[in-house]
Design a protein around this ligand. Structure first.
Ligand SMILES: [Mn+2]
Length: 453
């Protein structure tokens, strides 16, 4: 069972030795999503505990010009986490002749290169599902010093951020990391109420929006939900703001679960694994907040939150993120009669241009699909991105997917024709295309969906 972890740990020796031997200043380069920020925070702590001098930066993407710039930096050792494998050829060509390079990543590598390149693909392990960059970064830190085992909790946060946890279970090597975390009492695993918005929505809403299974007197009933919580001696608010389910103590949550059982309401289908850190914060909660940091352009704040386990700062970011999403949703609501931005024509379209940030368009599209704002089976959001690109997000209804629609395939096909990059799953897919190809993209999408629904 632990073979995979041990194999990677052995492979990590080359990286460990390189860092141990090196006395100068190190440049750490990470990626800006929840996994990349977690991987950076792990490497940060490894280096800090080892007394190494270092500086770090977080990139959205590694362009060739970044590789060229890094070749000119003062630091002689560059350590990449969650970024670099896809640009291995540029690194080999431009950076490796100038600097010592270590890449710790899990994305599909373009080549192995002659530098220290750690990637599960080289061991025949699927990096998309089995292990995240935070997991890889953790194994390096653990190989560096056994005392770094406490950092395994950050590996679980990163894996959760990269959606490597499905229906409450960690997959592949992540499940071995989970066992390591639980057996060493670094993370606590228990059953809790896995309801919509557990870490983000007022708990009365989580209960109220639970309709499958139906909770008599609670589902779709605001008063009923509030009553139910209060009648079990649990406060709805704390310090003036609504509490989420994840804000409750284990004991308070127990009271609600027992309350459901005692009143004969179905509870079994609502229970799932909850992973809690020592400070009471949940793995999913951290993962959501760190993801928000990246999207708000505050990746360094994300690293700080993880390194310091700073809950106050985490709460601040959560609130800021909710406000931004609410503002983006208001744009959709306020322009529902303006065909320039919002229209429905076989598919629901939010053509936001620069009114919604590319980092928020995915969430806005998801919410607009699920709250019934559109009647179409497919909703598409488009927002300006980069210099002259457009970011596209698309979501399909359950019914359309059950009838055989596969958005990921369709988007992938269109991208090949229109000079874009994209793909995804049957229910959700995304793309980046040149701005000038937007109308053609939407037209092709409409046509292909028309054929399949
Ligand atoms: Mn990743």
């Amino acid at each position: 069972m632990e073979n995979g972890l041990q194999d990677i740990k052995e492979e990590s020796q080359a990286a460990v030795e390189k860092i141990k031997e090196y006395d100068g200043k190190i440049r750490l380069v990470g990626q800006y999503d929840a996994d990349g920020i977690s991987a950076t925070a792990i490497a940060y702590q490894m280096l800090e505990r080892a007394g190494k001098e270092f500086e770090y930066e977080i990139l959205k993407q590694l362009y060739e010009e970044d590789v060229e710039r890094l070749a000119e930096e003062d630091e002689e050792l560059i350590l990449f986490v969650d970024i670099g494998s896809g640009k291995a050829s540029s690194i080999e060509e431009i950076l490796a002749p100038e600097k010592e390079v270590i890449v710790v990543d899990h994305h599909e590598p373009s080549e192995k290169g002659s530098f220290v390149h750690l990637n599960p693909h080289f061991l025949g392990i699927d990096g998309g599902e089995a292990i995240s960059a935070a997991g890889m970064s953790f194994i390096v830190a653990w190989a560096y010093d056994e005392e770094n085992i406490d950092l395994v909790e950050l590996a679980l946060i990163g894996a959760t951020g990269d959606i490597q946890k499905q229906e409450g279970e960690f997959l592949g090597l992540n499940s071995d990391l989970e066992k390591l975390a639980v057996e060493n009492e670094i993370v606590k695993k228990r059953k809790g109420l896995d309801l919509y918005g557990r870490t983000t929505k007022p708990l009365k809403d989580s209960l109220k929006y639970t309709t499958d299974p139906h909770l008599e007197g609670i589902s779709n009933d605001d008063n009923g939900a509030v009553q139910f919580v209060q009648s079990h001696g649990v406060n709805i608010r704390e310090n003036g703001s609504f509490r989420t389910l994840s804000d409750l103590s284990e004991e308070e949550e127990r009271k609600l679960i027992n309350g459901l059982i005692k009143t004969g309401r179905p509870v079994q289908p609502l229970l799932n694994n909850i992973y809690t850190l020592e400070n009471g914060y949940e793995v999913d909660e951290f993962s959501t907040v760190i993801n928000a940091c990246g999207r708000l352009g505050k990746a360094r704040t994300g690293v700080n939150i993880l390194v310091e386990r700073d809950l106050e700062l985490a709460k601040k970011i959560s609130r800021a993120y909710s406000r931004k999403i609410a503002k983006s949703l208001r744009f959709v609501e306020n322009n529902k009669n303006d065909e320039e931005y919002i229209y429905e024509d076989g598919i629901g379209v939010i053509d936001a241009e620069d009114n919604i940030k590319d980092d928020f368009i995915g969430t806005v599209t998801t919410i607009s699909m699920s709250n019934g704002f559109f009647t179409s089976d497919v909703v598409v959001g488009a927002a300006y991105s980069g210099k002259d690109e457009i970011k596209i997000s698309s979501r399909a209804s359950k019914d359309a997917v059950e009838a055989g629609l596969n958005l990921g395939e369709i988007i992938g096909e269109i991208c090949e024709e229109l000079d874009g990059e994209g793909g995804g799953h049957n229910v959700a897919a995304g793309a980046k295309i040149p701005r000038e190809n937007k109308d053609e993209f939407l037209e092709m999408l409409r046509e292909k969906i028309g054929q399949e629904t």
